[in-house]
Design a binder for this molecule. Structure first.
Ligand code: FMN
Length: 303
C-alpha cells in the first residue's frame, strides 16, 4: 500500500485528507459517527476574538451540485475554544488547524499568540470570508492588505501559518505571491465563491443576507484551476479544497499542485465522505503503483 503521509510546511499529516473549516465544527458530532483519527487533520470552525452568533436564517441553501451559505462565522470565540474544545480535540491523533478571522491585523495577531500558546499544530488565517462585513473578504482581495495581515500573524505565531485565499479575485496568483512574500508558510484555497439564489414565487433571495458563498462539487473545476495557477506562482505548500467529494477529486487537486486536501460541503450530503475520499485516494495510488501519495503533488502534465 502507498505511503499516505504528507508534510504541510513542517506539520506531519498521517494522510493528506483534512476537514475544511466550518464544515466539521470542532469534530464532536462526526466523532460520534466514526473515528476521526483516521483523518489527517481538521481545520476548526473559523474563530474570532469574541463569540459571534453568526447571521440570521435562512443561511444555507441547496443549489445545483452545491450549496450557498451565509453562516457568518458563528463561533464561541477563541478563549472558549481554547478552554472547552481544544482539550477534547487534543485527545485525538490528528493535526489541529485553527482557522481564524479578524476585523483588524491586531486581532489576527492576538489570536495567533493565544492559539500558539495553547498548542494548536497550525494556524489558518482566513482572509477570505465573503459573509462578514468587517475584514474578511476585504483582506483577501487586496494584495497589500493580505500581506499586512500575514506579516502580523507570522510575527505573533509560534506555529506554521497558512493563509486561506479567496477565489473572488481576478488574479489569485497576485494575492498568493503577496502572502508568500509576507512570510506565509503555506497557502490554502479556495474559500467559497460569492453567489445568490432567488425564490421565484416570493421574489426574495433565499438567504437572509441576500448573497452567500458557493461550495460543493459545482466549484471543483474552479478550485483545481486556481490551485494549479497558485502552484505555478509560489514555492510554499498548498492545501487544496473546493468541491472535493471523491478520491479522484482529491487526486486532481494534488496533481494540480496541492500537498494535502480538505473536504468541506461533501460531508453535509454524506457524513462519511471524508473517509470515502481517503479510501478512494488510497485505491488510486495503489492502482497507479505509487510508493507515496506525495508523487501526485504537481504531477499534472499540461498540454
Ligand atoms: C457552512 C460552511 C461554513 C464555512 N465556514 C468557514 C469558516 O469559518 N472559515 C473558513 O475559512 N472557511 C469556511 N468555509 C469554507 C470551507 O472551508 C471551504 O473553503 C469551501 O467550502 C470550499 O470547499 P467545499 O466545496 O469542499 O465545501 C465554510 C463553508 C461552508 C459550506
Amino acid at each position: 500500500m502507498a505511503d499516505m503521509r504528507v508534510n504541510l510546511a513542517g506539520v506531519a499529516l498521517k494522510n493528506p485528507v483534512t476537514m475544511a473549516s466550518g464544515t466539521f465544527g470542532f469534530g464532536r458530532e462526526y466523532g460520534q459517527l466514526y473515528d476521526i483519527d483516521r483523518l489527517g487533520g481538521i481545520s476548526v470552525k473559523g474563530l474570532t476574538p469574541r463569540l459571534r452568533a453568526g447571521n440570521p436564517s435562512p443561511r444555507i441553501a441547496e443549489t445545483p451540485m452545491g450549496m450557498l451559505n451565509s453562516v457568518g462565522l458563528q463561533n464561541p470565540g477563541v478563549d472558549a475554544f481554547i478552554a472547552h474544545e481544544l482539550p477534547e480535540l487534543k485527545k485525538h491523533d490528528l493535526a489541529i488547524i485553527a482557522n481564524i478571522s479578524g476585523s483588524t491585523p491586531e486581532e489576527y495577531g492576538e489570536m495567533c499568540e493565544k492559539l500558539s500558546a495553547a498548542g494548536v499544530d497550525m494556524i489558518e488565517v482566513n482572509i477570505s470570508c465573503p459573509n462578514v462585513k468587517a475584514g474578511g473578504l476585504a483582506y483577501g482581495t487586496r494584495p497589500e492588505l493580505a500581506a499586512e495581515v500575514t506579516a502580523v500573524a507570522k510575527a505573533h505565531a509560534a506555529v506554521p501559518v497558512m493563509v486561506k485565499l479567496s477565489p473572488n479575485v481576478t488574479d489569485i496568483t497576485e494575492i498568493a505571491r503577496a502572502v508568500e512574500g509576507a512570510g506565509a508558510d503555506a497557502i490554502s484555497l479556495i474559500n467559497t465563491l460569492r453567489g445568490m439564489a432567488i425564490d421565484v414565487n416570493t421574489r426574495r433571495p433565499i438567504l437572509k443576507m441576500n448573497t452567500g458563498g458557493l461550495s460543493g462539487p459545482a466549484v471543483l473545476p474552479v478550485a483545481v484551476r486556481m490551485v494549479w495557477e497558485v502552484a505555478g506562482a509560489v514555492k510554499v505548500p498548498i492545501l487544496g479544497m473546493g468541491g472535493i467529494s471523491s478520491g479522484a477529486d482529491a487526486a486532481q487537486m494534488m496533481l494540480a499542485g496541492a500537498s494535502a486536501v480538505a473536504v468541506g460541503a461533501a460531508a453535509f450530503a454524506d457524513p462519511m465522505a471524508p473517509l470515502r475520499v481517503l479510501e478512494e485516494l488510497e485505491a488510486i495510488c495503489d492502482r497507479q503503483g505509487l510508493h507515496s501519495v506525495r508523487a501526485l503533488t504537481g504531477a499534472v502534465q499540461p498540454w
